[in-house]
Design a protein around this ligand. Sequence first.
Ligand code: FES
Length: 188
Amino acid sequence: MSEEQKPPTTPTPPPPAPAPTSLPVQPTMTRRKFLSWFALGWIAFSAAMAGFLTSIVRFLFPNVLFEPPMTFKAGLPSEYQVGKVDERFKIKYGVWIVRSADGIFALSTVCTHLGCTPNWLDAEKKFKCPCHGSGFRMSGINFEGPAPRPLERFKIELADDGQVLIDKSKSFHQEKGEWSDPLSILKV
Ligand code: FES
């Protein structure tokens, strides 16, 4: 058979395109993962809220120092002996109560050098500061060491019930001539 006699060839159709393979859909986040992220977020949120609320409470109720009152009663004048330093109120109120021949007065326990608390040495009849050695007489006058001025005295008077009443909100400085104020000593 010659070339001219060959039957026309029909074009073969192209092979069918392969069906698209559908990959299994991978969920980006499992339920368990989601729950743990949610819990983590919730904890972080709660911590932030707790911090925020704490700062609000601290703002509304600032730290309060409960200090002893500035005014207190110290018993009857008859409880104090001439020539004695009473130390009952030293720790709680920072006050020595002294009775001299002139009357009763309330001395501050704060050293006038740098604020330490001296000790009363009864045998030597003086207040001695343990920090730098300042010494004060029973009257409160400084006489040794670096303290630049006498101890301060506080306002003292008799209350209505006859007790000694100390008011620490008012102090008297010897170097300013304030010990001559009648409220700096209780004449009894
Ligand atoms: S604080 Fe008292 S002597 Fe210095």
